[in-house]
Design a protein around this ligand. Structure first.
Ligand SMILES: C[S@@+](CC[C@H](N)C(=O)[O-])C[C@H]1O[C@@H](n2cnc3c(N)ncnc32)[C@H](O)[C@@H]1O
Ligand SMILES: [Zn+2]
Length: 598
């Protein structure tokens, strides 16, 4: 259905007009400013600073609570809640009207009440205050924290921003609060529950899926991406109930592992999830999903979950569905056990390179990670003038976001992603396996498109090849590119038993003419649309970008430092950890030397 809302995009000087579904999207421009205590507010105690973000001005302890890195997370939430709120409240109104018609009563005159939102881990209350000021149709926001200091801060910030009618501070354990809400009748629970913890959100999931009203929105951040991306294998299994994948598409896999985990908690309470938007950003993952009620759907959830078979050498991968479905005589969907795909060769080695022993990851969510019905994704690049934008921004519901350029770029790329082709290869990864230079994106995309396959990039990775083509086609493409280049690789790279030799020379397809038939001529859609439009697609983080220390006042733990690992390319990461180790050894050596001297 049509959305009445328009979210404005101003800083790029063009309205990202609407959507393939004719749905207007909005976003916005402008300012995050940190200001000195003296400048604007009186009565801010020593050791505090005033921070202005979006439409909120809050006092925070210096350098502890406020992490500007998370501005994007909050901006994104404002945009999502604006769009979701309109869609959801319209649904509720339509449902009420339908119910009234069925009971042959006159349709209710009053509009639905507005969103009731729980920010379960609120810290300073900044997010809640921004929601109160930047999201229309909000009835109530509970800003909860279990720290007395945080709740004192939340209360003073509520007063400072004049939002005491909308935002209520709560001192409670988030898990207990969630369970208390779960006992309420479904329509009295929260329309939106936001979980934004330090580290993993897992401890809060079980109560949060119950605290959301059926059809409501759950927003989840996890900052333990290193764990989700496989740096601590056992920890990931213990925490998320899934074996992590450590390959080119690990950041997307981390979203899928988390979605699977939320679904497993939802399943226990006869609920199922509908992911609206799932993003891997900087050092964290952020997912927005609806939680619906329905035991019937829960029984069929196995077809949305899969195990991943992958080759640790060449990264070829195959998804094995957890279950299959058919129909009974009455046409009802029935679940049945899935048959094994038989992806490897008989001895468990990779069917493509024949060298790597296949490994298993998962279970993970294998269905779409974004919803095609969620209009925020459907940005189209209709040109517009600055004048038009200026006049549109007069409308109510308009808000300004500091990260609009980045938001537009990221959402555009997410919208481009093929919804039914989980995970991806990277051009770097394909090139690394055969020890050749990276194939240009346009060349690889042309080969896939000319062969009738679909292809997209991924918001997780700039040189991703997300496609419905089988792994065998990708390697045929790599072989064809090698052959057509006429380049001769050195003996050293094509040595006996080496991966390049296995893929380029020894593979049975290398002898046939499969590779010769690959057409690399430039395809009309060879360039990703978001690139052609010149959008800011991939964020280059400034120095020291990452999680901040927890408010205990302790320095950032090494574990937190290492959370940044997946952001670094593997070699750089190895070098960084080596450097840390060397520094530590050097310190120990110095200390020992001083002791000896004493
Ligand atoms: C990362 S901060 C939240 C930041 C906030 N959402 C924002 O956007 O500004 C996490 C907060 O969770 C709180 N917290 C941790 N465990 C909690 C629990 N069990 N119940 C309630 N709050 C908790 C901490 O005190 C901390 O203030
Ligand atoms: Zn392999």
């Amino acid at each position: 259905f049509q959305l009445p809302i328009i979210v404005y995009i101003t800083s790029s000087f063009r309205l990202i007009s609407l959507a393939r579904l004719c749905l207007p999207i909005a976003t916005v421009a402008s300012s995050v400013r940190r200001m000195s205590i003296q400048a604007e507010f009186q009565g801010i105690p020593e050791g505090m600073q005033l921070v202005e973000e979006g439409k909120a001005k809050i006092a925070v302890p210096k350098d502890v609570f406020y992490n500007p890195v998370q501005v994007f997370n909050r901006d994104l939430t404002m945009a999502v809640l604006n769009v979701f709120g309109q869609q959801y409240l319209a649904e509720l109104a339509a449902r009420r009207e339908k119910r009234a018609q069925q009971q042959s009563e006159p349709p209710p005159e009053q509009q639905p009440d507005g969103l009731r939102i729980l920010e379960a881990l609120a810290a300073t209350g900044l997010r809640s205050i921004r929601i109160a000021k930047e999201v229309p149709n909000v009835a109530k926001i509970v800003a909860n924290d279990n720290s007395e200091e945080a709740v004192r801060l939340i209360k003073s910030n509520i007063v400072r921003n004049g939002v005491d009618e909308l935002v209520e501070a709560s001192l409670n354990d988030a898990v207990l609060l969630g369970h208390q809400c779960a006992r309420l009748p479904p329509d009295e629970r929260f329309d939106v529950v936001d979980l934004d913890p330090y580290g993993s959100a897992v401890p809060f999931l079980d109560s949060a899926v119950q605290a959301v009203r059926p059809g409501g929105l759950l927003c989840v951040t996890c900052t333990d991406t290193a764990v989700l991306c496989g740096s601590a294998f056992g920890t990931c299994y213990g925490r998320y109930g899934a074996v992590p994948y450590r390959g080119a598409g690990m950041h997307e896999a981390s979203l899928r592992v988390l979605l699977q985990c939320v679904q497993s908690h939802a399943s226990r309470h006869s609920r199922y999830i509908e992911p609206l938007l799932s993003l891997s950003v900087d050092f964290y993952v952020r997912i927005y999903l609806r939680v619906h009620r329905g035991q019937g759907e829960v029984k069929k959830i196995g077809r949305r979950l899969a195990m991943l078979h992958y080759c640790p050498e060449c990264d070829s991968h195959w998804l094995q569905p957890m279950s299959d479905c058919g129909r009974d005589k009455a046409g009802q969907v029935l679940m049945r056990p899935a048959r094994l795909l038989g992806v490897g060769s008989a001895n468990g080695r990779c069917g493509q390179c024949g060298i790597g022993r296949l490994q298993l990851a998962g279970p993970m969510w294998s269905d779409s990670i974004h919803s095609v019905d969620f209009s925020i994704l459907y940005v189209d690049n209709g040109a517009s003038t600055v004048g038009e934008i200026a006049s549109e921004t007069e409308q109510p519901g308009c808000f300004e976001l500091a990260s609009s350029d980045r938001l537009i770029g990221l959402l555009s790329v997410a919208a481009e992603e093929l919804p039914d082709a989980p995970l991806f290869y990277t051009l770097d990864g394909l090139a690394r396996a055969v020890k050749r230079s990276t194939m240009p994106m346009k060349v690889a995309r042309s080969a896939l498109l000319n062969a009738g396959y679909r292809v997209s990039i991924s918001h997780c990775e700039g040189n991703a090849i997300k496609t419905d083509a089988p792994a065998s086609f990708l390697w045929d493409m790599v072989r064809a590119h090698y052959r057509q280049s006429g380049e001769q690789m050195s003996e050293r790279h094509l040595g006996e038993g080496s991966l390049p030799k296995a893929l380029l020379v020894d593979h049975p397809a290398a002898a046939g003419d499969g590779a010769a038939s690959i057409d690399f001529s430039l395809h009309l859609h060879a360039e990703p649309p978001s690139k052609a439009d010149g959008l800011l697609r991939f964020h280059k983080p400034p120095p020291n970008w990452g999680p901040k220390r927890v408010p205990s006042g302790k320095p950032m733990a090494m574990a937190q430092l290492l959370q940044r690992r997946p952001m670094l390319p593997p070699l750089l990461h190895r070098m960084t950890s080596l450097k840390i180790r060397m520094t530590m050894n050097f310190r120990e050596h110095l200390a020992a030397k001083r002791n000896r001297e004493k």
